[in-house]
Each structure stands twice: as structure tokens, then as C-alpha cells.
Design a protein around this ligand. Structure first.
Ligand code: GLY
Ligand code: MN
Ligand code: MN
Length: 364
């Protein structure tokens, strides 16, 4: 993936390192940038594997022989090892005579950093984690197309789950069914542990799914996504079991209004914080003031939280090709909450919304 590696080097504000080394530890401590730089799809785990990236965009890999067939799907040289000694020897070969080594300090585990230092004691180490984040935040067409598929799968599941939702069902039943639906549609798995929260549990933004049983008149908040060729989608829909009361309806309509207003202002050149503030102002002008308790959205890609966000805490100007979630919510402790979340691509003059499941107030 020459263009991606060149991008990482271009984004480096420091002197460019002679080589960038990206290393995986044990699952889940795998550096997603390893997959960004190689473009490897679904197969292979690549624990304990290394890639070496060069300023001309070339990449080479050292991996266990067990990953050889998966690694060969990439278009770059692969060197395999059978023993740890052999692995160390091959890594040392790449570092010989190198003066500066770029690392992704946010993902590299300490033991591997110590190994690199042992093998290249005189080299300067340069933290490339900001360059990596800045390179990855603007997606190329292949990344956007893969995310489109992940979003389509999740959107279809959000609609097809509706007949399954009935009084007496458990949160965990819906969570399991969502994963089943998505995998039947070609997902490699869920992109994170699904959140399914009934009524009072929906006031907890990062709830999971438990054995709470659904009753008539309750919120059904579902936040889930599909993993497809290592890229994620992340969608939230909140439905009603039966008819909502006035308070539930007002919460839903306020969240929807704030979401539509923020979607409307997203385009190349707009500040991420301003998009958040638009949604927050709409919510804070109601009786639900102060109950929108998180940032409006986050970048997605190989990770669900891919390094950037739409929030007053993040200084970012939106650029064409960035992928963000837009997910305002209102959370009333002890009562319940609503969140509506879509995934969007920033365009020159607006957005493309990739998650297409209906946002009309849905009663079941
Ligand atoms: N699913 C977690 C989030 O929306 O950030
Ligand atoms: Mn989500
Ligand atoms: Mn999200």
C-alpha cells in the first residue's frame, strides 16, 4: 500500500525516519496501522508479526510461518520464522545500519520497544503516532467502499431485527440476533460488543446487553456494527415497544432534531467542534439541558474510535474523505435515554450518510 505509507511519512512533522517499524503483540494488542499499511483483508491474525515501511512506500513483513498463506495475499515480500531466535535475527537484519526508527508509540507494547532498542542501541526513535492518526483520518476510496459495505450490513440488520422485538424478550436475545443477522449478510463479526438497552438501561451510554426483560412502553436502544474486511460500522437506533409517552416522544424528537441539524452542517472546511456545538445547543435549549453527556461523534475506520472526533475537545477541520459517526443522545438517569447514530463520509459540499436505516419514530 505504497500511497498509505507515503502518506504516513508526509504527515511526519519531525525529520523523516529511515524506517517505520510496526509490530503486533498478542491479540487484541494488534496495531491497526499494520493492516492499514499492508491492506490485508479478513484472514490472518498476525500476532508477533512486524512490518518495515520505507520512505518510498515499500513494505516488507516478518511473520510466523503459520500466517504465510494469509500474508501472501498482500503484494509485498514476506519472510517467515519458525523460532523466536530466528525472528529476532530477521528483525536485527532490517535494523542494521539504521539511524532513525519510526514507531507507533500509542500501539507498540513495551516489550517490543525494548527489543527494538536492544537490536538498534544507537538509533534515534521517533514517535509517529500523530502522523499515523493524521494519515488514517482521511480515507481513500477503497476504505470508504469497504465501510459502505459494513454500514449496509448494519443498516439492514437494524431494520430486519424489528419483527424479533417483543415483550418478554431479553436484551441479550436481541444482541445475539443482531450478530447472527449481520454475519448471515457477510460481516466477519460484530465491530464491538453490541449494546442493547431497555428503558432505564438506555440512560447508560456504554451499557452492554444483559438479562433485562422487555416490557410494553419501553425504549429499545441498540448500538452495534458490522466488521467487514477489518473496517467497522457503528449505528444506533432507538425504537419503542408499543406507544411512547409524551416524555419519551419529546426526548426522541429532540435527539432527532439535533442529529439532523448537525448532519446538515457537515462539509469540507467546517470545524468539528462547531458541529458538536450545533447539536448540543438544540438539546440544551430544552428541559433536557446538560443531559447530552458525550462528544457528538468519532472517526471510524479500522478502529471503532479511530483517533479523531466531533467534540469541543478535538481541534479538527473536516476534510473530504473523513469518516465520522454523528450520534447525539439524551440520557436521564433512572428513566432512560435515546441515541441516534449514523456513519457519514465528509464531502466537499455536504455528507454521504452510509447508514440508511429509518430514523422515523418506530413503534413496535
Ligand atoms: N458504540 C460505541 C460508540 O458509539 O461510540
Ligand atoms: Mn455506537
Ligand atoms: Mn459511535
Amino acid at each position: 500500500m505504497e500511497s498509505r505509507i507515503k502518506r504516513i511519512y508526509e504527515m511526519c512533522e519531525h525529520d523523516k525516519p529511515d524506517i517505520v517499524v510496526l509490530a503486533n503483540a498478542t491479540d487484541p494488542m494488534l496495531d491497526k496501522t499494520f493492516f492499514y499499511a499492508t491492506g490485508l483483508g479478513n484472514s490472518g491474525v498476525f500476532e508477533g508479526s512486524y512490518i518495515f515501511c520505507f520512505p518510498d512506500g515499500k513494505v516488507e513483513m516478518i511473520t510466523s510461518i503459520l500466517e504465510e498463506e494469509s500474508a501472501k495475499k498482500g503484494n509485498f515480500p514476506v519472510h517467515t520464522f519458525m523460532t523466536q531466535d530466528e525472528r529476532k535475527e530477521k528483525i536485527a537484519g532490517y535494523l542494521k545500519g539504521v539511524d532513525s526508527i519510526g514507531i507507533n508509540a500509542k500501539e507498540l507494547v513495551h516489550s517490543q520497544y525494548m527489543l527494538l532498542k536492544e537490536l538498534a542501541p544507537h538509533a534515534e526513535f521517533i514517535d509517529m503516532s500523530k502522523a499515523v492518526r493524521d494519515a488514517r483520518v482521511v480515507k481513500d476510496e477503497a476504505e470508504i467502499e469497504t465501510t459502505r459495505i459494513a454500514c449496509r450490513i448494519a443498516s439492514e440488520a437494524a431494520e430486519e431485527i424489528i419483527p424479533f422485538i417483543k415483550p418478554g424478550i431479553k436484551e441479550s436475545d436481541i444482541a445475539a440476533e443482531l450478530v447472527y443477522l449481520m454475519q448471515k449478510k457477510g460481516a466477519n463479526g460484530p465491530s464491538f460488543d453490541s449494546i442493547v438497552a431497555f428503558q432505564e438501561n438506555s440512560a447508560e451510554p456504554h451499557y452492554r446487553a444483559g438479562d433485562r426483560v422487555l416490557k410494553d412502553g419501553e425504549f429499545v436502544l441498540m448500538d452495534f456494527g458490522a466488521l467487514y474486511n477489518r473496517y467497522v460500522s457503528d449505528i444506533t437506533r432507538t425504537y419503542f415497544m408499543g406507544q411512547p409517552n409524551e416524555k419519551q416522544k419529546k426526548i426522541y424528537n429532540t435527539v432527532l432534531e439535533s442529529q439532523l441539524a448537525s448532519l446538515d452542517m457537515i462539509k469540507d472546511g467546517v470545524k468539528g467542534a462547531d458541529v458538536h456545538n450545533t447539536a448540543a445547543e438544540i438539546i440544551n435549549a430544552t428541559e433536557f439541558k446538560g443531559r447530552f453527556t458525550h462528544g457528538l461523534g468519532h472517526s471510524i475506520g479500522l478502529s471503532v474510535h479511530d483517533g479523531s472526533g466531533l467534540s469541543p475537545a478535538v481541534d479538527i477541520t473536516l476534510k473530504e474523505g473523513m469518516l465520522f459517526t454523528v450520534e447525539p443522545g439524551i440520557y436521564i438517569p433512572g428513566f432512560g435515554g435515546v441515541r441516534i447514530e449514523d456513519d457519514v463520509v465528509v464531502k466537499k459540499n455536504g455528507v454521504e450518510v452510509l447508514t440508511t436505516a429509518s430514523k422515523e419514530l418506530i413503534t413496535i
